[in-house]
Design a protein around this ligand. Structure first.
Ligand SMILES: Nc1ncnc2c1ncn2[C@@H]1O[C@H](COP(=O)(O)OP(=O)(O)O)[C@@H](O)[C@H]1O
Ligand SMILES: [Mg+2]
Length: 212
C-alpha cells in the first residue's frame, strides 16, 4: 500500500515550513514508520539539514529517505517515495504560485504553518485557495507562538471564520528549534523531554489522525 503524502506549504518565507517538515518527519518515525522528505525549494535548506545529519550520524538513512525535486517534479518523486515509505513530506518554496500545483495535487494533507501575525495570515490565502481548488484537506499550524499572546487567539478565531482547520497543537517560539535544525537534528531526538518535543509529537499525532 502506498504511503501518505503531506505537503508543507505557505507562500510566506520564514513561516516555518522547513522547521515543521524536519520535526514532523522525525516525530512521525516513531514506532518504526518509514518516512521520506522531499525538498522542492531551490534554496535547499532541507537538503542542507539532511547532509549535515548524514555527516553527524554517518548514515541517517535507515527510516529516513531524502530526495530533491523541482516544483513540477514533486508529484512524480513523491509518488515514487510513497511506494516504500509510510509518510512522505514535501517541503516547498515560498511564492510557489501555480508551479506549486503538483506538490498540492499529490498531497493527502496540506499543512500550512502560520506565524501569529495578520501579515502571515494574508500570505496563506493563495495556498489555501490552491489546496481548496484541489479539494485537499488543510491543517493550519500556528508556529513561533508566544505564550499568552492575544494575537494568537485572534488569528485562531479568524481561521475558524474562514472555515479552516487549525491544529490544536501549536509550536512555540523556541531557540531549540533553530539550534537543533542547524545541527541536523530534530527536537524529539535531542531533547525528548522538552516542551518542543511534546509539541512535535502532539502535532505528528494530529497529522496522523487527519490522514485516516
Ligand atoms: N518555532 C520556532 N521557534 C524558533 N525559531 C523558529 C521556529 N520556527 C522557525 N524558526 C526559525 O525561523 C526561521 C525560518 O524558519 P524556516 O523553517 O526556515 O521557514 P521557511 O522554511 O518557511 O522559510 C529559521 O531561522 C528557523 O530556525
Ligand atoms: Mg524553507
Amino acid at each position: 500500500m502506498a504511503g501518505k503524502v503531506i505537503t508543507i506549504a505557505q507562500q510566506k518565507g520564514g513561516s516555518g515550513k522547513t522547521t515543521v517538515t524536519i520535526n514532523l518527519a522525525i516525530a512521525l518515525r516513531k514506532g518504526g514508520k518509514r518516512v521520506a522528505i522531499l525538498d522542492t525549494d531551490p534554496q535547499g535548506s532541507l537538503g542542507r539539514w539532511f547532509m549535515t545529519r548524514c555527516e553527524r550520524l554517518g548514515d541517517a538513512k535507515p527510516g529516513l529517505g531524502f530526495r530533491t525535486a523541482s516544483a513540477w517534479g514533486a508529484r512524480y518523486e513523491a509518488r515514487e517515495l510513497a511506494k516504500d515509505h509510510d509518510y512522505v513530506l514535501i517541503d516547498t518554496p515560498p511564492k510557489m504560485g501555480v508551479d506549486g500545483r503538483p506538490a498540492i495535487e499529490i498531497a493527502d494533507l496540506v499543512v500550512v504553518p502560520v506565524s501569529p501575525s495578520p501579515l502571515d495570515l494574508w500570505a496563506t490565502e493563495p495556498t489555501l485557495e490552491l489546496a481548496r481548488g484541489e479539494k485537499k484537506p488543510i491543517l493550519v499550524v500556528m508556529n513561533r507562538v508566544s505564550a499568552r499572546a492575544r494575537i494568537t487567539r485572534e488569528i485562531r478565531q479568524t481561521l475558524k471564520k474562514l472555515d479552516c482547520k487549525c491544529a490544536r497543537t501549536s509550536l512555540g517560539n523556541r531557540v531549540l528549534y533553530a539550534e537543533t535544525s542547524g545541527n541536523g537534528w530534530s527536537v524529539v531526538e535531542r531533547r525528548p523531554k522538552s516542551v518542543a518535543a511534546r509539541e512535535s509529537t502532539g502535532l505528528a499525532n494530529e497529522v496522523k489522525r487527519h490522514l485516516v
